[in-house]
Ligand binder design. Structure first.
Ligand code: UGA
Length: 431
C-alpha cells in the first residue's frame, strides 16, 4: 500500500516508520527542510528509543522516504494520514489551522480518489470538516473518504506501543474505507475496534482525560496521606490490586506534563463548553495538576526557609523519563520559581538538556553529571524518574553541604535514605 503521512512530529514520524516496518511504502511530508534533510539520512529529530534504528532500516529497504514537496508526497498515495499538530489556542481550545491546511494540500495535489486518515488529536466534528475542505478543493470526479484513527502511543515507548498496543480505534462511515484501513493495520496484530467517526474522535480525548483524572486523583490522595501519616506507595498498590481500578497511572508525583494531557484536558473542557456543558470534574483535574506541579517549592521552603543565594541541584528536566521532551514539564515552573526566589540553579538531565536550554531561564546552569550537579549544593530536587537517577549511588548526596533530597517522583525507599543518613522528603510518604 502506498501511504503518505503529512507532518513528522512525534505522532507522524512514529506512524510513518511503523507503517513502513510492517511492509507499506510510506512517504512523509514536512515543511521543515532541515528536518527533512536529516530524516532522509536516517537521523531522527526526536529522542525515542528504537526509532532511529527502524528509520535507517526502512530507508535502506526503500519503504520509507521523506520530502518537503506535497506534489511528490501525494502523487502515488492511496491513503493519506494527517498527523500535524493541534496546539492549544489562548482559550484552551485546539488550533485546527494546520489540519485545515493539510486537508487543502491533499485536495490540491492528489490526482485520484483518496482516503484521508486523521491521526492528529481533533475535536468531535473535525473529520467532517476535513471531508468538506477536501471535497471543496478536489478536482471534479474524484472521491474522498475520511477515517478517524487516533493514536494512543506514549512518548518514550512509542515503538513498543505501536506493536503491542491495547487497541487500534478506527472510526469510519464508509465500509470500503474501513476495510482498507483495517487491512493496513492488520500486521500490527493489535485488536481493532470499529466505531463511528464522532465516537472515535471522542475516545481519544476521553482516554487522555481519564488518565489525567487518575493522576490528579492519586496526587490529591498523596497530599492527604502526608497530612494523615499514611504512605501513598502502599495506598496505590492496595488500590491497584482491584482490577476495576488497575495499577497503572496511580503513581503520585509532581503532576502530569507533556504535549498531550495538559492540552487535551483543556481542549475537552472547551469542546464540552461549546455545547454548553460544564465539565466540572475535568476542570478540577486541571487545577489540581497546576497546584501539584509547584508542590516541591513548598517542601523546599519548609526545609530551607531562605532559598536566596542557595545552590539548588535539579535532577531531571524532561516531563517523564526516556524522552527529551520538555513540553509542559513541571521543571519549567519549578526552575522559574527557584530563580525568582534567588537560588543558584544547577540542573542535570541525561537527555533533555539541549531542549531545556532553549526553554528554561538563561540563569539556569547545567552540569554534565549527577555528581557535578549535586556537588556542594544546599538541596537536591528530583523532577524526573530516570533510571540513572533511581540507580545512583546514594553516597553522592554526601557531596552536598548537608544531604537534603526533595524527591517529586519517589525514586528511593524511605529505608535506604534513612540508612544513608539523608534528610529525605518525597510525595505522600511520612518523613
Ligand atoms: C499520553 C498517553 O499516555 C498516551 O496514551 C497518548 O497517546 C499520548 O498521551 C498522546 O495523546 O499522544 P505521554 O504524554 O507520552 O502519553 O505520557 P504518559 O506516559 O502518559 O505520561 C504523561 C504524564 O503523566 C507524565 O508527566 C508522567 O510523569 C505523568 N504520570 C503518568 C504520573 O504522574 N503518574 C502516573 O502514574 C503516570
Amino acid at each position: 500500500m502506498n501511504i503518505c503521512v503529512i507532518g513528522t512530529g512525534y505522532v507522524g514520524l512514529v506512524t510513518g516508520v511503523s507503517l513502513s516496518e510492517i511492509g507499506h511504502h510510506v512517504i512523509c511530508i514536512d515543511v521543515d527542510e532541515d528536518k527533512v534533510t536529516k530524516m532522509k539520512k536516517g537521523i531522527s529529530p526526536i529522542y525515542e528509543p528504537g526509532l532511529s534504528e527502524l528509520m535507517a532500516k526502512n530507508i535502506k529497504e526503500k519503504r520509507l522516504r521523506f520530502t518537503t514537496s506535497h506534489s511528490e508526497g501525494l502523487q502515488q498515495a492511496a491513503v493519506v494520514y494527517i498527523a500535524v499538530g493541534t496546539p492549544e489556542n489562548k482559550d484552551g481550545s485546539a488550533d485546527l489551522s494546520f489540519v485545515a491546511q493539510a486537508a487543502k494540500d491533499i485536495a490540491e495535489n492528489v490526482e485520484h480518489d483518496v482516503i484521508v486518515v486523521t491521526k492528529s488529536t481533533v475535536p468531535v466534528g473535525t473529520n467532517a470538516m476535513i471531508k468538506e475542505i477536501v471535497q471543496t478543493h478536489l478536482s471534479d470526479g474524484l472521491q474522498v473518504e475520511v477515517v478517524s484513527n487516533p493514536e494512543f502511543l506514549k512518548e518514550g515507548s512509542a515503538i513498543h506501543d505501536s506493536f503491542h498496543g491495547d487497541r487500534i480505534v478506527i472510526g469510519a462511515e464508509n465500509e470500503q474505507a474501513f476495510s482498507i484501513i483495517e487491512e493496513i493495520n492488520q500486521p500490527f496484530r493489535v485488536p481493532i475496534f470499529k466505531t463511528d467517526i464522532k465516537s472515535a474522535e471522542m475516545i481519544k480525548y476521553a482516554s487522555n482525560a481519564f488518565l489525567a483524572t487518575k493522576i490528579s486523583f492519586i496526587n490529591e490522595i498523596s497530599n492527604i496521606c502526608e497530612l494523615l501519616g499514611a504512605n501513598i506507595e502502599n495506598v496505590s498498590t492496595g488500590m491497584g490490586l482491584d482490577q476495576r481500578i488497575g495499577s497503572q497511572f496511580l503513581k503520585a508525583g509532581i503532576g502530569y506534563g507533556g504535549s498531550c494531557f495538559p492540552k487535551d484536558t483543556k481542549a475537552l473542557i472547551q469542546i464540552a463548553g461549546n455545547v454548553e456543558y460544564e465539565f466540572e470534574l475535568l476542570k478540577g483535574v486541571v487545577n489540581v495538576n497546576k497546584k501539584q506541579q509547584g508542590i516541591l517549592i513548598g517542601k523546599l521552603n519548609d526545609c530551607l526557609p531562605v532559598i536566596s543565594g542557595k545552590k539548588i541541584a535539579v535532577l531531571g528536566l524532561a516531563f517523564k523519563p526516556n524522552t527529551d521532551d520538555m513540553r509542559e514539564s513541571a521543571s519549567i515552573l519549578i526552575t522559574e520559581e527557584l530563580i525568582k526566589l534567588g537560588a543558584e540553579v544547577v540542573a542535570y538531565d541525561p537527555i533533555a538538556m539541549d531542549n531545556a536550554k532553549t526553554i528554561l531561564s538563561s540563569k539556569v546552569q547545567y552540569a554534565d553529571s549527577i555528581e557535578r550537579a549535586v556537588d556542594n549544593s544546599d538541596a537536591v530536587l528530583i523532577l524526573t524518574d530516570w533510571d540513572e537517577i533511581k540507580n545512583v549511588d546514594l553516597a553522592v548526596f554526601h557531596k552536598m553541604k548537608r544531604p537534603l533530597v526533595i524527591d517529586g517522583r519517589n525514586c528511593f525507599t524511605l529505608e535506604a535514605m534513612e540508612k544513608n543518613g539523608i534528610d529525605y522528603h518525597s510525595i505522600g510518604r511520612p518523613v
